[in-house]
Design a protein around this ligand. Structure first.
Ligand code: ZN
Length: 357
């Protein structure tokens, strides 16, 4: 009798527990289904998840990956990579990724630890790639003031940046061999656009009168740009923004601007403009008027949904802005592939305000 009651009692408890577990399971399933339908879910056609540190790298990944790769950029508009620290959300995104793409050469100065950690974990499932590995080391700048390190701002020489396309294509193909032909075709297409962009930059910047080919910016990001396109480059701060601009440095630059009658200086979207303003004030005090030639995209791409969010758009903006401000002439008609790229972004919800039409 006792046993029977016990059994009944036991059954009753089991029954309640089972019902409760069923409810809990249903709630959990519902919740996870909702999570899958959220913004984090990859598009149905995507095979790989890639995380890129900068917008420039993310753009290469989108161009090469096409519909097969879901790409997330950690650093958006106006973000300074020299100072950027990974957020908990970034770490989660990197943990979930199949491929992590970073610039290296000390650009992501405060993310080194987390990148190393990602490379060492994941049991080989996750590929962590320094995209600048695709660039011949002999072509990297080694500025004196950077004390034995390479200049990380390689994207400013379009021909050099083309080397990155190979790094991205190789890792996507390794992780998703079935997509090989598509990656190869899109990479070839993108390389052709970059070749045209490089020639466009050379030809357009060459219209600036020789004595005006001086680019003055907030930090020393344009070394490769200067070397590739024949522009003398001067900056208030060094290669990294992770140091204070000195008053001495500003005064020396004011001397140069005044004595060489340099008409314009440039601000950068990812660096506060106060040092550039100090430069302008300094020149004014010496009777020389300097204007702001415009805002350049140095270490970050432009606003999401605009042409300048793409690498090609950012380069175009910089080349045209610099050329105009320093007295050169910007061609009214862009070459074929560039024109088609611009056209893709024109008229969209976030279409850029074009000032050269
Ligand atoms: Zn920089």
């Amino acid at each position: 009798m006792k046993t029977v009651i016990g059994e009944r009692h036991g059954m009753g408890l089991f029954g309640k527990a089972a019902a409760l577990a069923g409810v809990l399971l249903a709630v959990m399933l519902g919740a996870s289904r909702q999570a899958c339908a959220g913004a984090d879910a990859p598009p149905s056609s995507a095979v790989l998840r890639a995380v890129a540190t900068t917008g420039m790298i993310a753009d290469v990944a989108r161009e090469v990956g096409g519909p097969r790769v879901e790409v997330k950029a950690l650093m958006g508009e106006g973000v300074d990579p020299h100072l950027y620290k990974a957020s908990p959300g970034d770490v989660r995104a990197m943990s979930d990724a199949d491929v992590i793409l970073y610039n290296g050469l000390h650009l992501e100065g405060r993310m080194a630890d987390v990148i190393v950690k990602m490379a060492g974990s994941g049991g080989g499932r996750r590929a962590v790639v320094r995209v600048t590995e695709g660039i011949e080391e002999s072509r990297l700048r080694e500025p004196e003031e950077f004390e034995g390190h390479f200049d990380p701002h390689v994207w400013f020489d379009v021909a050099l940046w083309t080397g990155v396309v190979g790094s991205v294509e190789a890792v996507f193909t390794e992780k998703d061999p079935a997509g090989k032909d598509g990656y190869a075709a899109r990479a070839a297409e993108y390389r052709a656009l970059l070749r045209e962009l490089h020639e466009y930059a050379k030809a357009t910047l060459a219209t600036i009168p020789p004595d005006r080919r001086v680019l003055v910016t907030a930090h020393d990001a344009f070394g490769y740009f200067g070397a590739a396109y024949g522009i003398e480059v001067m900056a208030i701060q060094g290669i990294s923004t992770d140091s204070e601009a000195s008053l001495q440095g500003i005064n020396a630059l004011v001397d140069t601007l005044v004595s060489r009658k340099i008409p314009a200086v440039f601000i950068e979207s990812s660096v506060p403009r106060k040092t550039v303003d100090a430069l302008i004030e300094g020149c004014k005090g010496r009777g020389h008027t300097v204007t702001v030639g415009g805002e350049l995209f140095s270490d970050a791409v432009g606003r999401e949904g605009t042409l300048e969010q793409t690498y090609a758009g950012m380069v175009l903006h910089n080349v045209d802005t610099i050329t105009r401000a320093l007295g050169g002439s910007v061609p009214a008609q862009k070459p074929g592939r560039i024109a088609a790229h611009v056209e893709k972004w024109a008229g969209g919800a976030g279409a850029p305000a074009r000032d050269d039409d």
